[in-house]
Design a protein around this ligand. Structure first.
Ligand SMILES: *[C@@H]1O[C@H](CO)[C@@H](O)[C@H](O)[C@H]1NC(C)=O
Ligand SMILES: *[C@@H]1O[C@H](CO)[C@@H](O)[C@H](O)[C@H]1NC(C)=O
Ligand SMILES: *[C@@H]1O[C@H](CO)[C@@H](O)[C@H](O)[C@H]1NC(C)=O
Ligand SMILES: *[C@@H]1O[C@H](CO)[C@@H](O)[C@H](O)[C@H]1NC(C)=O
Ligand SMILES: *[C@@H]1O[C@H](CO)[C@@H](O)[C@H](O)[C@H]1NC(C)=O
Ligand SMILES: *[C@@H]1O[C@H](CO)[C@@H](O)[C@H](O)[C@H]1NC(C)=O
Ligand SMILES: *[C@@H]1O[C@H](CO)[C@@H](O)[C@H](O)[C@H]1NC(C)=O
Length: 819
């Protein structure tokens, strides 16, 4: 009898336990230290302390994988300071979190009352309150999925319920140690046609474009991804976005980081952890309204901002110094009702739809008519791109935040005055005429090169989709990106003080991405501070690039980086100060050029050659500078040259020697033909720039803008023709006549000409150049230089060494094609 009783007791206990593992019944409590695991073992809930914090929070985290990755927090803003917290379910059906003085510090909400409410942690990570007997998945009294934090899990609805007014949005954590609502929110905005705004405080930072039937406009396409499926619902009841995992064994989540970056991670395993799968913000063009009204951002251009066709910068002065926020204005005002028309743009991220109007049943023709009828309508397009397009979307007010994104953009029709339209129509007709005039055999080759270009740009694109937007705040110290940079960090007050609070008097000039200031540290050491200007948004990438490149280099002919300063809005690089500024301030200046006699100039040429050799070959990395020019050569107290400005430099793998880019950056006059025209850069394009520099140092003339009364050659062409006539000496700067050494000068000019030869293969490597400069070895005769005649630069036949003229011709034309 007794044994039976004991059996009964145990079996009841077992039954209760097994039924209750994922559930808290009414009036039951969950204390700090206890946890509840969801039925399938995927999630766990209980009390925890995030990061290095001592505070206690009630939350939900992954259990079977990634234990410790918190996905939801109840008392985000009001932490418990000790382990006396208790979670309870009380009538009429609310969850309450009590502290040791029995005060409610957090509670859930309800509109109904239940007789026997229970709380249950579902295997999706959703904590729900429901009636004990009602297991209907839709009939929850309350669910944590409606109150999202920084994590967006499969099955969550992100968006608005118009019936109840419920707005489900994400809000970032303050930091990894503090889950209280941080600076950033991401939510669907239903003014006009719905789109999504990522805001910092109340300021819009990033916009996910409107849904176009297949995807959010402007976002990379993930239609074919193997990890998750998604849906977007928009009707009079609700608007939301949702995703589900394809196979629950491949787990993925989205997160709004405390730095305001929207990222998707996928779980690999315990050694690999969470791997970044996608970042919503890809590049600077994703900064909201970067280019202002009627501006359009194209990441492949430099600068990235441009005006829409028929528009011009509103404030040209600011526009030219990379402050594009004022945007553009119409060149020709609209003459409403007087034959306005529309110019079609393809492959764009649709502009901000806050001031838009839409109709799902109209077609594109009706849409156009509708827009024409109203003078304040500036653009239109289809609402849904599927099946050739349907619906109508009209913009009233300025067109803001457009970007070019060939792969997943769509068409946009922008209203224009009739006279402007005429211009664009005729120019496109002209272009067609050129194409028709090309002989058939060339046409075949044109298509081939177009095809190649297309493939290259596709490759580039897919690379970018998987790209990580590095958090600049971590750049200096972060090791997780495999870049073990060890740089001294200066704090902002130190630098501010050293530069006299960035006083105008301390300003040395304007660098690649912002102003450069002179400063003095307390110990008396002089420094140069490169400050990333806030307006130069594009500069951020160059800044990061420079840190990556130069932090690892040490050479007497490279400028030395002392450290960096990275605090919130401020990003600065701190260099050794070079009192004599840059080479161009000497060689191109009539008075100061006298300070540099021939022996000094010869030393400078040698020094630059050694610095460049180090970059190309001897350093731990293989670096192509890409922007070598006189203003990037700094001079120290003893006039020793130091190569600076690595904002555009590229790091290469061990055996790589060249690469291709569709974004040609650099300085005309120093750029080699294959780089300026084909975007192909290599160590040999740096050699070309070096050759230009040598001829400039000897002649005291700039290659770009060189003028000679007798001919239309530029400095390179001039030097070459003098060399052929045996009159090299005529090239030299008048201020050198007293100090020059005949054989050294002639030899240096000869080497300079070898470096600027048309064909990269003919140019020597830097190791060869260094050898040639300091020995008496015999030199080959230089062939014709590339770009020897500036004025003919755009005429394709100007650099036609036989046999190559065709490909040169084609590539010039192929650029006209797709644009
Ligand atoms: C929970 O406790 C309250 C007050 O103590 C009581 O009225 C209620 O009946 C209890 N509910 C359950 C389901 O036991
Ligand atoms: C409990 O919370 C209340 C209200 O927030 C607060 O006034 C009280 O000091 C807290 N008690 C403890 C022990 O933290
Ligand atoms: C929920 O709580 C908020 C304040 O916390 C309150 O304004 C609201 O009326 C409550 N009820 C519902 C159904 O949201
Ligand atoms: C899910 O993935 C696992 C492991 O990768 C595999 O064994 C299983 O067959 C997959 N299930 C489905 C439905 O594809
Ligand atoms: C984790 O995954 C990587 C590659 O996906 C694999 O090389 C490694 O062996 C895995 N580690 C474990 C512990 O499974
Ligand atoms: C949308 O367009 C259709 C067809 O032109 C029209 O019948 C309907 O009333 C419009 N709807 C709205 C909300 O304007
Ligand atoms: C044009 O559209 C705007 C915005 O929808 C509206 O306020 C205005 O009344 C319309 N004007 C005409 C003439 O229809």
């Amino acid at each position: 009898m007794e044994a039976f009783n004991i059996f009964l007791f145990f079996s009841t206990l077992f039954l209760i336990k097994s039924a209750a593992t994922d559930t808290i019944a009414a009036n039951q409590t969950l204390r700090d230290g206890d946890t509840i695991v969801s039925a399938g073992g995927s999630f766990e809930m209980g009390f925890f302390s995030p990061g290095s914090s001592q505070n206690r929070y009630f939350g939900i985290w992954y259990k079977s994988i990634a234990s410790g990755t918190v996905v939801w927090v109840a008392n985000r803003a009001i932490p418990l300071t000790d382990t006396s917290g208790v979670l309870k379910v009380v009538s009429p059906g609310i969850l309450v979190l009590l502290n040791s003085s029995n005060c409610v510090i957090w509670s859930s909400n309800t509109t109904r009352s239940l007789s026997s409410p229970v709380a249950q942690l579902l295997d999706t990570g959703n904590l729900v309150v429901r009636d004990e007997s009602d297991s209907d998945q839709e009939n929850f009294l309350w669910q944590s999925f409606d109150y999202q934090g920084d994590t967006f899990l499969p099955g969550m609805k992100f968006g608005k319920d118009f019936r109840t007014g419920l707005d489900r949005y994400w809000s970032s954590w303050k930091s990894v140690d503090d889950p209280s609502p941080g600076d950033y929110t991401n939510r669907i905005d239903t003014n006009g046609y719905p789109q999504i705004f990522l805001r910092r405080g109340s300021v819009i930072q990033f916009r996910t474009g409107p849904w176009n039937g297949l995807r959010f406009s402007g976002l990379p396409s993930l239609l074919q991804n193997p990890i998750y499926t998604f849906q977007y619902v928009f009707n009079q009841d609700e608007v939301y976005y949702q995703y589900e995992l394809v196979n629950s064994s491949v787990v993925s989540r989205m997160e709004l980081s405390s730095g305001g970056i929207i990222q998707r991670f996928t779980w690999i395993n315990r050694t690999q952890g969470w791997v970044l799968y996608m970042t919503a913000q890809m590049d600077t063009c994703d900064r909201y309204a970067l280019c202002g009204p009627y501006g359009s951002c194209n990441i492949d251009n430099s600068p990235a901002c441009g005006c829409l066709k028929g528009f011009e910068p509103k404030a040209p002065g600011e526009w030219n110094v990379a402050d594009w926020s004022d945007g553009c204005v119409r060149r020709t005002p609209l003459e409403c009702g007087n034959g306005d028309g529309f110019l079609q743009y393809t492959g764009v991220k649709l502009p901000d739809t806050q001031y838009s109007w839409f109709n799902t049943s109209m077609n594109l023709m009706e849409c156009k008519k509708m827009c024409l009828k109203n003078c304040s309508c500036n653009a239109y397009t289809s609402l849904d791109v599927r099946g050739g397009g349907s619906g109508c979307l009209l913009w009233f007010g300025d067109l803001i935040d457009i970007r070019q994104c060939s792969a997943n953009g769509q068409d946009l029709y922008v209203r224009m005055a009739a006279s402007e339209l005429e211009e664009y129509r005729s120019s496109s007709e002209k272009r067609r005429a050129i194409l028709i005039a090309i002989p058939i055999s060339l046409l075949g080759m044109l298509f081939l090169s177009l095809f190649l270009l297309f493939h290259l740009s596709k490759k580039r694109k897919s690379k970018r989709e998987g790209m990580i937007t590095l958090n600049p705040e971590k750049e200096c110290t972060d090791e997780k990106n495999g870049q073990d940079i060890e740089l001294p960090l200066f704090d902002f007050p130190t630098i501010a003080k050293a530069t006299n609070y960035f006083s105008v008097n301390n300003k040395l000039g304007e660098g690649g991405f912002g102003p450069v200031y002179k400063g003095m540290l307390e110990k008396g050491q002089q420094i140069a501070v490169k400050r990333l200007s806030k307006s130069s948004k594009q500069g951020l990438d160059e800044f990061k690039n420079e840190v990556l490149c130069i932090a690892k280099l040490q050479h007497r002919n490279l400028v030395k980086l002392l450290g960096c300063c990275i605090e919130e809005e401020e990003q600065m690089l701190i260099y050794e100060y070079l009192p004599n500024k840059s080479l161009d301030s000497f060689i191109f200046d009539e008075k100061r050029s006298k300070f540099l006699d021939w022996p000094k100039r010869h030393d400078i040429i040698n020094g630059i050659a050694r610095g460049l050799l180090y970059l190309h070959q001897d350093s731990r990395l293989r670096i192509i500078h890409r922007d070598l020019k006189a203003s990037n050569i700094l001079l120290d107290y003893d006039m020793n040259p130091k190569i600076s400005d690595f904002g555009l430099a590229r790091i290469f793998g061990g055996n790589e020697t060249s690469a291709n880019t569709t974004r040609v950056v650099g300085t005309y006059g120093y750029m080699s033909p294959e780089y300026a025209i084909d975007g192909l850069f290599s160590i040999k394009s740096d050699v070309f720039s070096f050759g230009v520099l040598v001829l400039e140092i000897i002649s005291g003339n700039k290659n770009r803008g060189f003028y000679h009364g007798d001919h239309s050659l530029n400095l390179l062409g001039h030097a070459w023709s003098l060399h052929k006539e045996g009159k090299s000496l005529e090239l030299i700067d008048m201020s050198l006549v007293e100090s020059f050494n005949l054989s050294e000068v002639v030899r240096s000019i000869h080497i300079g000409l070898l470096c600027v030869q048309q064909s990269p293969e003919d140019r020597p490597t830097m190791s060869m150049v260094v050898l040639m400069l300091c020995s008496d070895m015999s030199l080959p005769q230089p062939k014709q230089p590339g770009f020897f005649s500036e004025r003919n630069f755009l005429k394709s036949d100007s650099f036609s060494t036989k046999g190559e003229s065709h490909s040169a011709n084609l590539l010039t034309l192929s650029y006209l094609g797709p644009r």
